[in-house]
Ligand binder design. Structure first.
Ligand code: IOT
Ligand code: MG
Ligand code: MG
Length: 511
């Protein structure tokens, strides 16, 4: 894991020699743009041309050996284990080189070994494999063309291309865009550029079975696997790390494990005039001795940054945008570019934390199965949320091993003794104050006042209570059209203009 991975890329793999890399694409992510140009070694191999984006100008994007070329955005988290099976020590190898070594030994099946946060392109002979990590945490899009295929980690980069992609297996249409397709989570799609030959292989699926383990063993296993996921995400023992801390059990667990061993940890919390969780976060920060910062933003200012959240997540789901907006706003307030940020995001999905009122274990498990079956394409873990402000984010709860275990634990370990997320709370009991371990869940959209602030702005112009949800959905679609399809910089998209447009479309008079 480099401290500054490749953040994203936009490349064309073609059958015709490119004259140059083309102009730098309209990213929302910011960083150093590194040109990618790869000549085929033998006939039949594709030409590569395009750009990779990195936090560090010294980063190298591509690794090549024996006719195989690898481009990797993101990072791998079990470098030592991978090194042990590919017969090399991982030290000194970049993650792209490690993936290349894995490919040379296992071929495309090597992607099934990888536990990471990555999007990869691998070319061998005339075939190109485009692959997401187990959970698709770095969204990956493609557009097939008669002379090749365009692949990019931001959909907006491909929005303008002509032509309709053929529906390659393992891909889905990207919302609001014609001809752009998204590679599914945990999927490797093999393509032959310039043809319609394609096949898909799954590299991961959420477990459907449930494990019976004693409560003690479950606690220990959760503590161990999460500890490892946090440690592998932090770089060297003295590298500084920043954590987004709400003071809930999820982010507090991450901070507790990150602080272990005396590492300097900075914690940051966001609050608005409508709401904050500052007191709860402070309890954790003081207990663990982190350098703690509180950021405040007016709730109206927060909601007005919705175009940024849409441009980053490239989604149209208003409810999910309410979860992501406070994080986008907070990341944009963090001053030093190139900050490595760990989050507690995603813990509630395998643990059923969002479903506080569910009484029966059956219904708890059903919502967990549903959420684990429907996360793909929501882009909640997308690095672009942070990389648009120049930061790199990573999410230990969606580490492959953590996710496998948390999803599979039988639901009686998740709801127990009248408490939600029981097994996580118990696993962290020794490391955190009791008040934190027993603190009831509060969603980020509630704690920050995001949902109510957006509703409030709509009520102010006369939107009826029964229309709030549909107006939010319609606004999300317009933000998406403008920032993704039309690639307008999010800073130039006005919340009020979009609201006006939606109101007149829906024949609702602005009062
Ligand atoms: P929540 O779990 O409250 O917050 C997610 C993470 O955001 C926290 O762990 C913490 O790292 C950070 N965070 C939250 N609030 C603040 C704050 N005020 N200041 C700084 N950091 C903060 C929604 C939710 O409840 O967030 N996310 C769910 C999943 C949503 C459902 N998605 C789905 N079914 N696909 C989650 O699991 O995180
Ligand atoms: Mg949570
Ligand atoms: Mg919360």
């Amino acid at each position: 894991m480099g401290s500054s991975p490749i953040i994203g890329f936009s490349i064309h793999l073609g059958t015709v020699a490119p004259t140059d890399t083309g102009s730098i694409p309209p990213w929302v992510s910011t960083g150093h743009a590194i040109p990618v140009l790869v000549e085929p070694k033998t006939s039949g191999e594709p030409y590569w041309s395009g750009w990779a984006l990195a936090g560090d100008s010294r980063a190298t994007a591509v690794a090549s050996h024996d006719g195989v070329t690898v481009l990797l955005a993101g990072e791998l988290y079990h470098r030592a284990e991978l090194g042990s099976v590919v017969g090399e020590t991982a030290d000194g190898l970049s993650d792209a080189e490690l993936l290349l070594a894995c490919w040379l030994r296992y071929g495309p099946s090597g992607l099934r070994l990888c536990n990471g946060r990555f999007a990869a392109v691998v070319a061998e002979n005339d075939s190109v494999v485009v692959a997401t990590d187990h959970a698709g945490t770095i969204p990956l899009y493609l557009r097939t063309r008669p002379d090749g295929v365009d692949v990019a980690t931001e959909a907006k980069v491909l929005a303008e291309g002509a032509g309709d992609s053929f529906p390659a297996p393992g891909t889905e249409p990207a919302p609001g865009l014609t001809g752009v397709r998204r590679v599914q989570a945990g999927t490797a799609v093999t393509l032959v550029p310039g043809s319609t030959v394609a096949e898909a292989a799954r590299t991961w699926r959420p477990p459907h079975h449930r494990l019976i383990v004693s409560p003690d063993e479950a606690m220990n296993r959760v503590a161990d696997v999460l500890d490892k996921a946090v440690r592998t995400r932090l770089g060297g023992p003295h590298d500084p790390v920043t954590a987004v801390l709400s003071g809930g059990i999820d982010s507090s667990s991450v901070v507790a494990l990150a602080s272990g061993g005396g590492r300097p940890v900075r914690t940051i919390s966001l609050g608005t005039d409508i709401g904050d969780e500052f007191a709860a976060a402070r309890v954790v920060a003081e207990h663990l001795g982190t350098r703690h910062h509180e950021f405040r933003c007016s709730s109206e200012e927060l909601v007005r940054q919705l175009p940024w959240a849409v441009a980053a997540a490239e989604i149209v789901d208003a409810e999910v945008l309410e979860y992501l907006l406070p994080l986008v706003v907070l990341y944009r307030m963090v001053p030093n570019e190139g900050t490595r940020i760990v989050t507690g995001y995603g813990a509630d999905i395998p643990l059923g934390g969002m479903h506080r009122t569910t009484e029966r274990l059956h219904s708890l498990d059903e919502v967990i199965a549903f959420d684990m079956g429907t996360f793909d394409g929501l882009n909640e873990l997308s690095p672009v949320l942070g990389s648009m402000a120049g930061h790199w984010t990573t999410h230990p709860f969606w580490d492959r091993d953590v996710l496998d275990l948390l999803t599979a634990l039988e639901p009686g370990l998740k709801r127990r003794d009248g408490r939600d997320k029981w097994v996580l709370r118990e696993a962290m009991r020794e490391l955190l104050p009791t008040a934190t371990v027993t603190r009831p869940k509060l969603g980020i959209h509630e704690g920050s006042g995001t949902s109510s602030a957006w509703s409030q702005l709509l009520r102010r112009v006369g939107v009826a209570e029964s229309d709030l949800a549909s107006v939010k959905t319609a606004m999300a679609a317009v933000f998406h059209r403008r920032t993704v399809r039309e690639q307008e910089p999010p800073g130039e998209v006005s919340f009020d203009d979009v609201l006006d447009e939606v109101m007149s479309e829906q024949n609702l008079a602005v009062t």
